[in-house]
Design a protein around this ligand. Structure first.
Ligand SMILES: Nc1nc2c(c(=O)[nH]1)N[C@H]1C(S)=C(S)[C@@H](COP(=O)(O)O)O[C@H]1N2
Ligand SMILES: [Mo]
Length: 163
């Protein structure tokens, strides 16, 4: 029996997911599910999941509940006093499988997209589990939803782009 393999399998499937907020922030965060639930949560409206690349209709999604991404970014300290770097900051969100998507500071903090970009832990009446993507990073205001419906988010890093 391959012990290393079985150890990584069990930590994948059984352990509660951890989310990290890092990169160019004042206070990097490392949150388990219990810590995530301490933050104020919102729900987003049900929507149809559609793939951007193929136009394929995937399935209807019920209302997700979770913590707005910008709430966590604020907790991590994205804006620094006497510094306008935030205007050139983008956030790269990484999933367990290497899938990654961007958000910009402006869309999260200064457009309606930010009102509905959440890290979700519940769907309809049910708690999500890892099999259903827990935790799902979902952008509820996107025109086509699948690209930023990211299953198994692991971290979000702030990057300040150079002009
Ligand atoms: N973690 C992760 N989330 C992801 C993806 C991925 O590759 N990895 N692909 C996205 C894309 S392009 C699509 S079309 C949908 C596919 O959703 P499904 O796998 O639930 O059918 O998931 C989105 N979320
Ligand atoms: Mo897709």
């Amino acid at each position: 029996m391959n012990l290393a393999h079985s150890t990584s399998l069990s930590s994948d499937v059984l352990e509660s997911p951890i989310i990290e907020i890092g990169g160019t922030v004042e206070r990097p965060l490392r949150l388990d599910l219990a810590a995530l639930r301490e933050f104020p949560s919102i729900t987003i409206a049900p929507f149809d999941l559609v793939c951007f690349s193929t136009g394929r209709y995937i399935r209807p999604m019920e209302s997700y509940r979770g913590v707005p991404l910008r709430v966590l970014l604020d907790a991590a300290g994205v804006r620094r006093p006497d510094n306008t770097d935030f205007k050139r900051t983008v956030f790269l969100a990484h999933a367990h499988d290497g899938y990654a998507v961007t958000f910009s500071w402006h869309e999260l903090f200064n457009t309606p997209v930010g009102d509905q970009a959440i890290i979700a832990y519940a769907l309809g009446e049910r708690e999500l589990d890892i099999e259903h993507g827990l935790p799902v990073l979902v952008s509820g205001a996107d025109n086509v939803r699948a690209p930023r419906h990211m299953k198994r988010l692991v971290r979000v890093d702030a990057h300040v782009l150079r002009a």
